[in-house]
Design a protein around this ligand. Structure first.
Ligand code: RB5
Length: 149
């Protein structure tokens, strides 16, 4: 039987993030999640908005529940992702923000810095994000307002 706590997760990275992305893909697969690895898969220089767009499309279509982006800092990917209506991409580098991004902001994507954090922190961030539900309540109205901006 399908574990209720497993998800389909789309992953994307540029050349600054593909190593951490590959590690996160392996971690997610090993923990029973369905993985859509949209690249990039090597150190050849690419443009992060192209990969942000691919992952956002999977989340917005419902093909993936969550998306995870990795570039060098996590910043460029988050800027690109958050241009998409309906995407709430949290750029985080520790687990407290990962938890609050879900509890308060109903984030549907994560952006991580492959040159900023290690694999263990990446695994902990992703595990925390996936395990944390949206609290709703007063946060519902605030998150809805984002979509009106
Ligand atoms: C690529 O060198 C680098 O600019 C990119 O990975 C990212 O850090 C951008 O925000």
């Amino acid at each position: 039987m399908m574990n209720a706590n497993t998800f389909t997760i789309a992953f994307g990275a540029d050349h600054g993030g593909f190593k951490l992305k590959d590690a996160l893909v392996a971690w997610a697969s090993a923990h029973g999640h369905t993985v859509l690895d949209l690249g990039t898969n090597n150190a050849e220089s690419v443009d992060y908005p192209d990969y942000a767009r691919l992952v956002c499309a999977k989340v917005l279509s419902g093909d993936a529940t969550y998306g995870v982006l990795v570039c060098g800092t996590g910043l460029g990917m988050s800027y690109a992702a958050n241009r998409h209506t309906g995407i709430r991409c949290a750029m985080v580098s520790e687990t407290t923000s990962a938890r609050l991004a879900r509890q308060h902001n109903n984030a549907n994507m994560l952006s991580l810095g492959g040159r900023m954090i290690g694999e263990e922190m990446g695994f902990d961030i992703l595990a925390t994000f996936l395990a944390t539900p949206f609290e709703g309540g007063r946060h519902e109205r605030r998150v809805a307002k984002i979509e009106t901006l």
